[in-house]
Design a protein around this ligand. Structure first.
Ligand code: A2P
Length: 320
């Protein structure tokens, strides 16, 4: 396994197993398969509605002694309905109970979007709380307190634009050590990548394969497909690897952690092998030309009628 060094001094396994969209009935087998194959990093979240099954799998494999807790890197996230500072630690403790762990390696604010307490997915305007009413820094201080208590080893964010990340860095006592974002050749996020390099903030690439198994409701018409892209196919053929491995090697080569989701034993192993692959400069140049600034997970589901959030405010593109 390859690792990236975090600002905290911890080393994060460069390739992890994604669990978004893994059905509760399939995720436990996938986690056991992955750890048995050599994965040491599992990416979780309570909104994926499968943390109890992930926890059962972790307990089962830890009990065998095949791997020790300290060898594993477990990430989870704070859902949008628990941003109120007094709700942060209880939400984390629920995740820890579900995962059957006494600490997380990494705890992330899942979205810079807030729902009212108890609302799983806001549908009505009154079920949202605008960021101006509950500033991110207040939530962040509660994450800092969780770290001080030893409940989590690292804290960070997801889906933060460059502007939101800079603002948090300006206000935080403990700097975020991670921004988990959608990252693939159609959405290369080069400006954010440069800023994070300067500040030793690690990036994790979610949806590195384009998340083709998203629910239909989260898909747009005429989406470009990543795994079928001819340039990706050409690089893959040149190295006799799969398109998925090419996409993962591209992300790793740019210094990002990648967390491909799979519940298929063959693909779980195939994806892990990508950590040992290297692309050359001409491959990277061909893939660099694919940038479309295209988001598969654009957050439009938070921006319905009457929502205080818009795509412009979410990604801070209004002023551009
Ligand atoms: P499956 O779980 O059946 O393997 P992302 O990580 O971008 O969210 O993408 C996940 C999607 O990509 C799932 O549909 C997953 O299907 C599929 N997938 C995962 N690994 C591979 C692979 N090596 N080749 C092709 N598709 C893959």
């Amino acid at each position: 396994m390859h690792y990236f060094s975090m600002a905290s001094g911890d080393r994060i396994p460069a390739l992890g197993l994604g669990t978004w969209k893994s059905a509760p009935g399939a995720v436990a087998a996938a986690v056991i398969e992955a750890i048995t194959a050599g994965y040491r990093h599992i990416d979780c979240a309570p909104i994926y509605a499968n943390e109890p099954e992930v926890g059962q799998a972790l307990a089962q494999i830890l009990k065998t002694g095949a791997v020790a807790r300290e060898e594993l890197w477990i990430t989870s996230k704070l859902w949008n309905n628990a941003h109120a500072p007094e709700l942060v630690e209880p939400a984390l403790r629920q995740t820890l109970a579900d995962l059957q762990l006494d600490y997380l390696d990494l705890f992330l604010i899942h979205w810079p979007v807030i729902f009212a307490p108890g609302v799983l997915f806001a549908q009505q305007p009154e079920e949202y709380i605008p960021l101006a009413e509950l500033p991110i820094i207040d939530t962040w201080k509660a994450l800092e307190a969780c770290k001080t208590k030893g409940l989590v080893r690292n804290i960070g964010v997801c889906n933060f634009s460059l502007a939101k990340l800079k603002a948090l860095c300006d206000q935080a006592t403990m700097l975020p050590t991670m921004n988990q974002i959608e990252l693939h050749p159609y959405l290369q996020q080069s400006e954010l990548l440069s800023f994070c390099r300067e500040r030793t903030i690690q990036l994790t690439a979610y949806s590195p394969l384009g998340s083709g198994d998203r629910p239909e409701a989260l898909k747009k018409q005429d989406e470009p497909t990543l795994l079928d892209n001819p340039v990706v196919g050409k690089v893959a053929a040149k190295h006799r690897i799969s398109p998925a491995q090419t996409l993962l090697a591209w992300g790793l080569n740019r210094g990002a952690v990648v967390i491909p989701k799979s519940t298929n034993p063959v693909r779980i192993r195939q994806n892990l092998a990508a950590a040992d692959l290297r692309l050359d400069d001409s491959d990277m140049a061909s893939l660099a030309a694919l940038d479309l600034g295209y988001r598969f997970v654009d957050g439009a589901f938070f921006c319905g009628k009457g929502s205080p959030y818009s795509l412009g405010s979410l990604w801070d593109t209004d002023a551009r």
